[in-house]
Design a protein around this ligand. Structure first.
Ligand code: AMP
Length: 398
């Protein structure tokens, strides 16, 4: 078990907190502040427990010097100040005298935010990736600025960067923050110790993106429902006609081998909503074989019924990837149907891995209907693949 905030003494200490403030910003305005709010339990706890708080985060990617003016954390600092109702000292450096002096002068309960950690990826217009490639000297430098490191950025936990792994490797005390703690508790309950029957639902565009998840969940789940564009590679493997639907020719054999080894665990759709091109207009419907001029853009009504009947008795459900092109009004029904089926389960533990399925559930109005919607797309996907998350692994154990 990893140390959590409750296991370390932060009183009077300078606490370095890696948060995930990678929020969408349009014309200098933050369009969704959920990630800032998600860090509040950790920040407020540190304020109440007299820590000197140093926050830092990445924002988007920095590929050239010109990106820096658009990707500053300054607007985030203002937003945090507003949400916290407390002064946040912003330092527009990622290293240097001003940063060091400002941290030294911090008083207990005060909050400082420094500039985008990925500014360290470009120096004098040269791509150096000091942050993203976990430059040793940078990790050591950032670690030298504080006494305790708290990782509360789940969204980058699957990355080995200077601002998580680098710092944690070079500081004597570290722990996870409340957000990461909750993510780990929920993912562990849903994936590692599921109550049975455990039904996994995997969708999205490509088989190749989800191979690791299928592999890992085949060992754990009682049923794996497969929908979305990736289902067509499985149909092709079964010898069906798939028309113009998405298909990864080089994954057909792999799909076949999964179907063989799954011994009936894998459940595929039985019909599709189709269109003659990739566009949002009135669908046609087809059974297992599609006409040549059609592409499958969603699962059909019989599949929704089938999936609902399988989900009905589940005690644990883990979902990653939409059932169709949910961004299109005419092809969102499959994803809505599955969302509804999971949302209406009584007493089941229901989990959505981040990314598109989380976006779909939130956009469709089911945000509060799941036990947990992960905040980290890539990180929760890697957790579902059974991989170790480096940003968590490096944190001290209890
Ligand atoms: P992923 O990021 O792999 O979870 O894939 C999500 C994307 O897959 C979404 O943008 C969907 O629009 C897309 N998608 C789902 N089903 C299909 C389909 N049948 N054909 C094409 N794209 C699809």
């Amino acid at each position: 078990m990893k140390k959590t905030l409750n296991d370390v003494n932060v009183n009077g200490k300078t606490v370095l907190v890696r948060v995930d403030f990678n929020v969408p910003i349009k014309d200098g305005i933050i369009t969704d502040d959920n990630r800032i709010r998600a860090a509040l339990p950790t920040i407020n706890y540190l304020i109440e427990n007299n820590a000197k708080i140093v926050l830092f985060s990445h924002l988007s990617r920095i590929k050239e010097e010109a990106d820096k003016s658009k990707k500053s954390l300054q607007p985030i600092s203002k937003k945090l100040e507003e949400i916290l109702g407390k002064k946040v000292l912003f330092v527009n450096q990622t290293r240097g005298t001003e940063l060091e002096t400002s941290i030294k002068n911090l008083k207990e309960g005060e909050v400082l935010l420094f500039e985008n950690t990925r500014f360290e990826d470009v120096k004098n217009n040269e791509v150096v990736k000091f942050e993203s490639k976990n430059n040793e000297e940078l990790g050591k430098y950032w670690a030298s600025l504080g006494d305790v490191f708290v990782n509360d950025a789940f969204g980058t936990a699957h990355r080995k960067h200077a601002s998580n792994v680098g710092i944690a490797s070079n500081i004597s005390e570290s722990c996870v923050g409340f957000l990461v703690q909750k993510e780990l508790e929920m993912l562990s309950k849903g994936i590692d110790k599921p109550e049975h029957p455990f039904v996994a639902i995997i969708g999205g565009a490509k088989v190749s993106d989800k191979i690791g998840v299928i592999d890992n969940l085949l060992k754990k789940a009682d049923k794996i429902i497969i929908g979305g564009g990736m289902a067509f590679t499985f149909f092709k493997a079964q010898g069906h006609s798939i028309g113009k639907s998405l298909c990864e020719e080089d994954k057909i054999d792999l799909a076949k081998s999964y179907l063989d080894k799954a011994e009936g665990k894998i459940v595929l759709p039985v019909d599709s909503a189709t269109n003659n091109e990739f566009k949002d207009s009135k669908p046609s419907f087809a059974g297992l074989d599609l006409p040549e001029d059609q592409m499958g853009l969603d699962i059909g009504p019989k599949s929704i019924d089938l999936f609902q009947s399988i989900l009905k008795d589940a005690k644990t459900v883990a979902w990653n990837g939409p059932m169709g092109v949910f961004e299109f009004e005419n092809f969102k029904n499959g994803t809505v149907g599955v969302c509804e089926a999971i949302a209406n389960l009584d007493g089941a533990f229901t989990l959505i891995g981040g990314g598109d399925s989380a976006a779909a559930a939130i956009q469709l109005g089911y945000k509060d209907k799941f036990t947990h919607i992960s905040t980290g797309g890539g990180a929760s996907l890697e957790y579902m693949e059974g991989k170790v998350l480096p940003g968590v692994d490096i944190i001290k154990n209890k």
